[in-house]
Ligand binder design. Sequence first.
Ligand code: SF4
Length: 67
Amino acid sequence: MKNSIPANWKNCATCCHWCGSKKPDAFCNYVEFDMNEKAKCAGGGFNQAKMNGLQSCNKWEQQFTRR
Ligand code: SF4
């Protein structure tokens, strides 16, 4: 199921370490992802673990910033 959250919310879906599929809108205000997808955290706080887009950790780094 598709879901959209603000690009500055500290969740895996908006994090540069998350390998899941995600798509920012034209202004990078929001990021669209699939709530049912589990994808690898690459080099972040849960390195190599499969994370749901709504999970989070203290190593979060914002991937998309407002244009
Ligand atoms: S576990 Fe942390 S570092 Fe890894 S993708 Fe999620 S928020 Fe980013």
